[in-house]
Design a protein around this ligand. Structure first.
Ligand SMILES: [Zn+2]
Ligand SMILES: [Zn+2]
Length: 361
């Protein structure tokens, strides 16, 4: 079997490794599609905290595949051999206060496939017993599009964020950034009944994608004061909900200025570990009674709900998969993720090398 292995900064090597068999309680998944995201770019460049000691590990945490084999005693709730499954990547310890409350994403002893454990940029992945027993294998109907289903992982994070700030029908929203995660925020906000969804994004290609995702207005932040533009579009009031979906410092400051009085701000995109501080006008929070929140990753329950959304609303998401590449082109996939013309890039281990490289549209 083949896998992509991180071998130090800026090196993803394709390696052959012996076939693996699931041990007690484990499951073997034959990977069909594995999404690539900004986290994988940070892993590739050597900036990810879990990869700083240069482990030879297989990335890939947005995994969809076929449940091929169960180890002795493995009994995944709701899934069986042959099923198409999404593999929720975060594996909490199962016993701490956060895990007990369903916040596996905050568990201090959590593991994650593709982050601290070998992940899905491979023909197959072995899912640990703890994850199999906890329900991390989420069964999808056979009719589900495996490519679009890789979006379950980022959508689960997006869903968690919008729940945290209570984005609901009748709200106006501003999403800053229209990369894959920004597009998911736009599509989900529309689905939840937001009356107005404004998107700010410097790339014309991504602004067009934002429109396709359902944005009612798009702004080029290069055109001037982003907060003022968002207020103008909301009759001077400002959006009820502002979501930062790009790792840009200035967007966090602008979010506070843009939000309506009584509004909610979600700092969704993290900032680079090397430069995490921003100067903020906190009077905006005080005098406008803003609620400022953050969320990180997703819980198992978020993944289950996101799986249901992607299954029910397939076409709302499937167009976002712009490029599907074979494992051997992982480094080219990274380059595509970094280019703003691609929407969502995935790897498909069974895909053969193609000259033009598997662009889906
Ligand atoms: Zn991701
Ligand atoms: Zn825990």
């Amino acid at each position: 079997m083949r896998a992509i292995r991180y071998q130090g900064p800026n090196r993803f090597a394709i390696v052959d490794r012996p076939a693996s068999y699931p041990g007690a309680g484990e499951a073997r998944i034959e990977v069909i599609s594995a999404g690539m995201c900004g986290t994988d770019v940070r892993i590739f460049t050597g900036e990810h905290a879990a990869y700083t000691d240069n482990p030879e590990r297989v990335p890939g945490h947005e995994i969809v595949g076929r449940l091929a084999e169960l180890g002795p005693g493995a009994a995944p709730p709701g899934a069986g051999p042959g099923d198409l499954v999404f593999v929720a990547p975060n594996i909490g310890c199962g016993v701490c206060a956060h895990c007990s409350a369903g916040r596996e994403n905050l568990c201090a002893r959590a593991d994650a496939l593709g982050i601290t454990l070998d992940g899905g940029f491979a023909d197959e992945v072995i899912v640990p017993a703890r994850a199999v027993a906890s329900g991390n294998l989420i069964r999808l109907p056979d009719s589900a599009d495996p490519a679009a289903s890789t979006l379950i992982e980022p959508l689960a994070c997006v869903l968690r964020g919008q729940e945290k700030v209570g984005l609901a029908a009748g709200d106006s929203a501003l999403v800053t950034g229209a990369g894959p995660v920004g597009l998911l925020h736009i599509a989900l906000a529309v689905h939840r009944g937001a009356t107005q969804v404004i998107c700010s994004e410097p790339s014309p290609a991504r602004r067009a994608a934002a429109r396709r995702a359902g944005a009612t207005a798009v702004i080029d932040p290069g055109d001037g004061d982003l907060a003022a533009a968002a207020r103008t579009l909301t009759d001077g009031a400002g959006p009820d909900v502002v979501i930062t979906a790009a790792p840009v410092h200035a967007l966090q400051a602008a979010a506070l200025h843009a939000a309506a009085a009584g509004g909610r701000v979600l700092l969704f995109a993290g900032l680079p570990r090397s430069a995490p501080t921003v100067e903020l006008d906190t009077n905006q929070i005080h005098y406008k009674e803003l609620t400022v929140a953050g969320t990180t990753a997703s819980s198992l329950e978020d993944c289950r709900r996101a799986a249901q959304l992607v299954t029910e609303l397939g076409p709302m998401f499937s167009w976002m998969i712009s490029d599907a590449l074979p494992l051997a082109e992982a480094e080219r996939a990274i380059a595509l993720v970094r280019r703003s013309s691609a929407v969502k890039v995935i790897l498909e281990p069974a895909r053969q090398l193609t000259r033009e490289g598997g662009s889906r549209e």
